[in-house]
Design a protein around this ligand. Structure first.
Ligand code: C2E
Ligand code: CA
Ligand code: CA
Ligand code: CA
Length: 276
């Protein structure tokens, strides 16, 4: 037990000590991994269900550890948000994804948008817009070919304070999509006010389609809300042919998921683009 003032003690249990120790070990390892450039970007195509064409590509980070192998983002993004390493990490992802976009555009392999996940921590930085705009100009891609994915929970809790920034991004030509839509608490008045382009329906509403009655109702409601607000709508995590058919029949015309392609290396995605 550690003394804090006169009669106050804070007890560290073994459990807490383990957690603190693990977190600081992860911090050290992540810092080193950034220096050694061990983070790589995987790419997952987004499909126009009517034509089968690739309309977008989502950039998804991976930690390619020389010993542990490929580490998924859920194992380090939450900690990177806590210790703010998400800022250099997010910039690195953006730099790699936009450079890759430039290559695919120059090779005439891809005409859609590159979608990049943005953490709330990044957006809270004062010069976020300036940073991304400078990076974009340096690489030489149009803002109209860049989509920024922000989670519903972030957008809605910070809507009042982020509206000016979203409008600035919009004015520069960037697209903004709401990630994991349906899992947070969307305020309808914010949906109306914010300069949004697309709702990405969370996989939890897709996975039991077309059997689940409630999910069918939810899907139809989101599609009609999106149509009414003039927003695009995309289904995440589509794995089955029947899901795809249900989406098509109900006006959700864009999808992403293992049915079409898993997230893959730049090289594998390039091959995919050549074949589609
Ligand atoms: P997300 O943005 O919702 O990304 C979609 C996740 O669903 C990805 O997991 C993707 O691999 C997975 N997925 C795609 N299609 C299917 C499918 O058909 N079935 C199933 N079961 N899963 C599918 P991943 O790559 O492990 O990423 C997890 C989360 O980590 C992402 O969720 C995102 O929140 C976060 N993340 C990934 N990359 C970045 C990044 O560069 N920056 C930030 N801030 N977050 C990132
Ligand atoms: Ca996403
Ligand atoms: Ca998502
Ligand atoms: Ca049910």
């Amino acid at each position: 037990a550690k003394s804090r003032g006169k009669n106050r003690y804070v007890f560290y249990t073994q459990d807490m000590t383990d957690t603190i120790f693990r977190a600081s070990k992860l911090d050290t390892e992540m810092k080193r991994a950034i220096e050694r450039d061990e983070f790589i970007v995987y790419y997952q195509p987004q499909i126009d269900l009517q034509t089968g064409g690739v309309v977008g590509i989502e950039a998804l980070v991976r930690w390619n550890d020389p010993i542990k192998g490929m580490i998924p983002p859920n194992a380090f993004i939450p900690r990177a948000e806590e210790n703010r390493m998400i800022i250099p990490l997010g910039e690195m992802v953006m730099k790699k994804a936009l450079s890759q976009l430039k290559v695919w555009q120059d090779e005439k392999l891809f005409k859609g948008r590159m979608a990049i996940n943005i953490s709330g921590i990044q957006m809270e930085e004062e010069n976020f817009v300036e940073k991304i705009e400078t990076l974009r100009q340096g690489i030489g891609v149009d803002a109209s070919s860049i989509e920024l994915e922000m989670t519903e929970s972030y957008i809605m809790t910070k809507a009042a304070s982020s509206i000016a920034m979203l409008q600035e991004l919009k004015q520069l030509g960037f697209s903004i999509s709401v990630d994991d839509f349906g899992t947070g608490y969307s305020s309808l008045s914010y949906l109306k006010q914010l300069p949004l382009d697309k709702l990405k329906i969370d996989r939890s509403f897709i996975k039991d389609l077309p059997d689940d009655m409630e999910d069918r109702a939810i899907l139809r409601a989101i599609v009609s809300l999106a149509q009414g607000l003039g927003l695009d709508v995309l289904a995440e995590g589509v794995e089955e042919e029947e899901q795809k058919l249900f989406l098509l029949e109900n006006g959700c015309l864009m999808a992403q998921g293992f049915l079409f392609a898993k997230p893959m290396s730049a090289q594998a995605c390039e091959e995919y683009l050549r074949q589609n």
